[in-house]
Ligand binder design. Structure first.
Ligand SMILES: *Cc1c(COP(=O)(O)O)cnc(C)c1O
Length: 360
């Protein structure tokens, strides 16, 4: 184990921070890495940017938007929720209206809500935020490293993710990227951040020092996890963000073709389907036992997560370091399990996915 002041760790941490700028596509934003999961990143955003009695508009497209509401309300922040049916996203004019009437300081949106597989129109929402002069916060835990994210170009003030999803590193790190406007908002707070560990004013000089090749201390960084993150970010930046987005689009298209061939319906509206995971309804005759059956075939998929309909669908993650081999293996296992439950469509999901993978 390296010490956190060891010159080789200083080089690793510095490299991690500068590679994060490539992943978030930003030159002006400040990256932060803290030990903790994605939820810590959500709490860091809430506790640094806002003070009690501030108002925040939350665009809710599933469980993680609801979690953000919970986090904000626990801190005494007023929340204006803009919701939609499960599988849908609220229309932009509803969001616009909430921003116009709410006296809000900020808007938050979940880029991909992992409970519904809905990909929210974050670019358009960030544009609305700028027009209303409020800060924009994107929970990108299930998107960053796979879906398009152009923090500078889209003018997003805070983007957060975690190490273990599309970044494809072990769990345990929270990654944040804050615009100069967000940093300024934290610097000029009226009251200090209530949490010592989460106070980004304390972490800022540490991140700046490591990126400049010098160690600094606020609280001990998770040295081993930062080294794992370095390995992942090296792979990601070597592949390149454009190529990585295209790979995820191609894979998502192969899965979509398989769902159609297998006569399965997806939870999200078709224009809102994420490229990082699928949420698929069980067909008639098929129960949530399907998930265990697929697991017995050697492939891990997940049950539903949304409290309104969790027993009516399952989820297949297709983010990170995956390619054609994993796509075909996964669809093959699902297809066999479905047939074991008596769902036997005329066309093959594997063949449909193979066709997409061959042509694209
Ligand atoms: C997983 C997830 C979270 C929570 O992250 P943890 O690492 O489990 O704390 C938050 N938001 C989204 C969109 C997620 O997918």
């Amino acid at each position: 184990m390296l010490g956190h002041g060891d010159p080789s760790f200083v080089a690793i941490f510095g490299r991690v921070l500068s590679r994060m700028r490539e992943v978030f596509r930003t030159k002006s934003a400040q990256p932060f890495v803290l030990a903790g999961s994605g939820t810590l990143g959500m709490e860091v955003a809430a506790s640094n940017l806002f003070e009690p009695n501030d108002t925040v508009v939350v665009v809710e497209t599933g469980v993680f938007g609801a979690r953000m509401v919970n986090i904000l309300e626990r801190q005494g922040i007023r929340v204006v929720r803009v919701t939609a049916e499960v599988g849908d996203a609220p229309p932009l004019d509803a969001i616009d209206k909430a921003l116009a009437t709410g006296n809000a300081r900020a808007i938050t949106v979940t880029h991909v809500d992992t409970s519904t597989a809905v990909l929210a129109p974050v670019r358009a929402i960030a544009e609305l935020a700028r027009r209303h002069g409020v800060l924009s916060i994107v929970d990108g835990v299930c998107s960053i490293g796979a879906e398009a994210m152009h923090q500078d170009e889209w003018g997003i003030d805070l983007v957060l993710t975690a190490s273990q999803k599309a970044i494809a590193a072990p769990p345990g790190l929270s990654l944040l990227s804050l615009s100069p406007r967000a940093i300024e908002a934290i610097r000029t707070r009226k009251s200090p951040v209530r949490s010592y560990y989460m106070d980004l004013n304390g972490w800022l000089p540490v991140m700046q020092a490591y990126e400049a090749g010098k160690p600094a201390y606020y609280a001990t960084p998770a040295v081993g996890l930062v080294r794992s993150l370095d390995a992942s970010l090296e792979r990601i930046t070597k592949e390149g963000m454009d190529a990585r987005e295209k790979r995820h689009e191609r894979i998502a298209e192969a899965f979509r073709a398989a769902w159609r061939a297998l006569e399965l319906e997806e939870i999200p509206r078709s224009e809102l389907c994420a490229h990082t995971l699928s949420a698929v309804r069980y067909p008639e005759k098929v129960t949530p036992e399907l998930v265990a059956r697929i697991r017995a075939e050697g492939v891990a998929v997940a049950t539903g997560l949304h409290p309104q309909n969790r027993d009516s669908y399952f989820r297949v993650g297709h983010m990170g370091e995956i390619g054609s081999a994993e796509v075909l293996t996964t669809i093959g296992a699902i297809e066999r399990a479905l047939r074991a439950f008596g769902h036997a469509p005329a066309t093959s999901g594997v063949a449909a996915a193979q066709q997409v993978l061959t042509e694209r």
